[in-house]
Each structure stands twice: as structure tokens, then as C-alpha cells.
Design a protein around this ligand. Structure first.
Ligand code: NDP
Length: 280
């Protein structure tokens, strides 16, 4: 999919528009630093412009707002992304609402949330669920008519995932069940899934016997667990017990890999979409 993007970027450049993404990173969260570096590198590899604005952990909401205001008004910036989580003194929602909706390539502004949930293609689809949907389509797993069970109801993953899979159209038309921490008897529900999507944030939470034989499993979770045998002292695992799940599932995404790289790919697609809409 990244290779498919190259001719689109080239065409825009020939029209004098180089798609540009600005990423704002506040504080020194090590995982966020890694994600931001990966996003910047992927942009450059795709021939796009990217810059990262790093701000100290003590940054105030007003200081961050003034950076966003500048980026909102900068014609070379087509996409703005504020890396989450933000430090406690900053209100996430206020910040996400202050990004111009036509530059909000993360798709978290209420205008884009509304557009995406009503099927307006000019809205930006949040990159993680968008990537999951594309991965299903590209792997020949058509969600139409299938029972998809999503575990997790966050605004970043679970909810927009449900919305995309409910759409009438390609990659949609699924029957969707969304579960969360108050769901009673979760394994009984996950066992009914043709496609199971885990976005919980708990290491290896979904067990092998929670999965119907032959189901497709998408693991969104990225969790650090301590592992003294590795150089870093930790390793990454998903929300699904991969070794057990792979015995029963017909297909499963790995962690790391799988959803993570797809998320970055869809961020690039959204930035190109923003640049195209900007260019008219
Ligand atoms: P949140 O913490 O915002 O949401 C987690 C969801 O899981 C909540 O809805 C919560 O329920 C539910 N949940 C938590 N514990 C349980 C439980 N015991 N039983 C059932 N449901 C439970 O996380 P995110 O959605 O932001 O992220 C989820 C995971 O995906 C994380 O591991 C994160 O790192 C990863 N992630 C990966 C990305 C990628 O690019 N690969 C991108 C974004 C996230 P409730 O609402 O009731 O609290």
C-alpha cells in the first residue's frame, strides 16, 4: 500500500504540492518517541515532507494551542498530528478540537468523527481502524455479513472501528458487537466472532479458547512486558495470547507488526488525502 502511494505523491508534487505532515510531541514518553520517529521516517520514504515539533513535558495548554494555531495557518502543512497521550495538565479534547478539521489526519476532531460515522468520504478515518479495515480487505477477508466482535470502545480504536465496519460499502456491512470492561461473560461473546478485534491494552488477555476455530483475529494491542533476556529488558506483546490463538484462528496479526505498520500507512494516506483536498 505504501508503494501504491508513491505515484500519487509524485503527481501532487508535479502540481507543486508536496504533502506535508507535522507531528507535535509533548514530553518524553519513550513509546511516543518511537512512534513519532517511525511516522517521520515513513513520510520521508514516501517522498512526503515531515517535521516534528518537540515540546517539554511542562508545556501549558496555551503554549501548545499557539503551536497548533501556527500549523493551522501554514500552507505547507497539510496534516497535523498531536501524539497522544498528552501530559496531565493538558486537556486532550480541547487540543484535538483546535486542529483545523481539514488538517486533522488523525480523524479525532468531532467534524471528522461525524463525517466518518455518516459515511462522508471527505472525513478522515482514524488511522488504526482504517488500517485494520484495509488489512481485512487486502487479505481477502470481506467483513460483509460477518459477525465482528470488537473488544474495546475507545474513541481512538474501538468506536471508530465499529463505525467503519457498519458502513454500507466495501469493507463494511458487518454485524458488529462492541465489548468493554463492563461486558458480562466476555469469552462467550468473543467465541461467536467470525472476526475478533482486540483493542484492550492488557497483555495476552484474550485466550486461545475464547476464539472460534477458523476465526480471523486482529490484535491491536501493543503492551510492554518485562523480559530480562532481551537487551532492552522488555518485549512487546499484543492483547491476544498469540501462540494459543494461532492454533485455532484461520488468520492472525502479529505484534509487533500487523496493525502497527498499517496504522502508519493509513496516516500517510490521510496526509495525501488532505493535500489533495487542499489542492482542490
Ligand atoms: P483504551 O485504554 O483507551 O481503551 C481500552 C478499552 O478496552 C476500553 O474500552 C476498556 O473498557 C476495554 N477494556 C479494558 N480492560 C478490559 C477488560 N478486562 N475486559 C474488557 N474490556 C476491557 O485503549 P486504546 O483503545 O487507546 O488502545 C488499546 C490497545 O491498542 C493498547 O494496547 C494500545 O497500545 C493499542 N494501540 C495500538 C495502536 C497501533 O497502531 N497498533 C494504535 C492505538 C492503540 P472501558 O471503556 O469499559 O474502560
Amino acid at each position: 500500500m505504501r508503494a501504491e502511494l508513491a505515484p500519487r505523491v509524485k503527481k501532487l508534487k508535479q502540481q507543486g504540492v508536496t504533502p506535508g505532515l507535522s507531528v507535535v510531541l509533548v514530553g518524553e514518553n519513550p513509546a511516543s518517541q518511537v512512534y513519532v520517529r517511525m511516522k517521520g521516517r515513513a513520510c520521508e520514504e514516501a517522498g512526503m515532507r515531515s517535521d516534528t515539533i518537540t515540546m517539554p513535558a511542562e508545556t501549558t495548554e496555551a503554549e501548545l494551542a499557539s503551536v497548533i494555531e501556527r500549523l493551522n495557518g501554514d500552507d505547507a502543512v497539510h496534516g497535523i498530528l498531536v501524539q497522544l497521550p498528552l501530559p496531565d495538565q493538558i486537556n486532550d479534547q480541547g487540543v484535538l478540537h483546535s486542529i483545523r478539521p481539514d488538517k486533522d489526519v488523525d480523524g479525532f476532531h468531532p467534524e471528522n468523527v461525524g463525517k466518518v460515522s455518516t459515511g462522508d468520504p471527505t472525513g478522515f478515518r482514524p488511522a488504526t481502524p482504517y488500517g485494520v479495515q484495509q488489512m481485512l480487505i487486502r487479505s481477502g477477508v470481506d467483513p460483509a455479513g460477518q459477525h465482528v466482535v470488537i473488544v474495546g470502545r475507545s474513541n481512538i480504536v474501538g468506536r471508530p472501528m465499529a463505525s467503519l465496519l457498519l458502513h454500507k460499502g466495501e469493507g463494511g456491512n458487518a454485524t458488529v458487537t462492541v465489548c468493554h470492561s463492563r461486558t458480562r461473560d466476555l469469552p462467550t461473546i468473543t467465541r461467536q466472532a467470525d472476526i475478533l478485534i482486540a483493542a484492550i491494552g492488557q497483555p495476552e488477555f484474550v485466550k486461545g479458547d475464547w476464539i472460534r476455530p477458523g476465526a480471523v483475529v486482529i490484535d491491536v494491542g501493543v503492551n510492554r512486558v518485562s523480559d530480562p533476556t532481551t537487551k532492552k529488558g522488555y518485549r512487546l506483546v499484543g492483547d491476544v495470547d498469540f501462540e494459543a490463538a494461532r492454533q485455532v484462528a484461520s488468520a492472525i496479526t502479529p505484534v509487533p507488526g500487523g496493525v502497527g505498520p498499517m496504522t502508519i500507512t493509513m496516516l500517510l494516506y490521510n496526509t495525501v488525502q488532505a493535500a489533495r483536498q487542499w489542492a482542490g
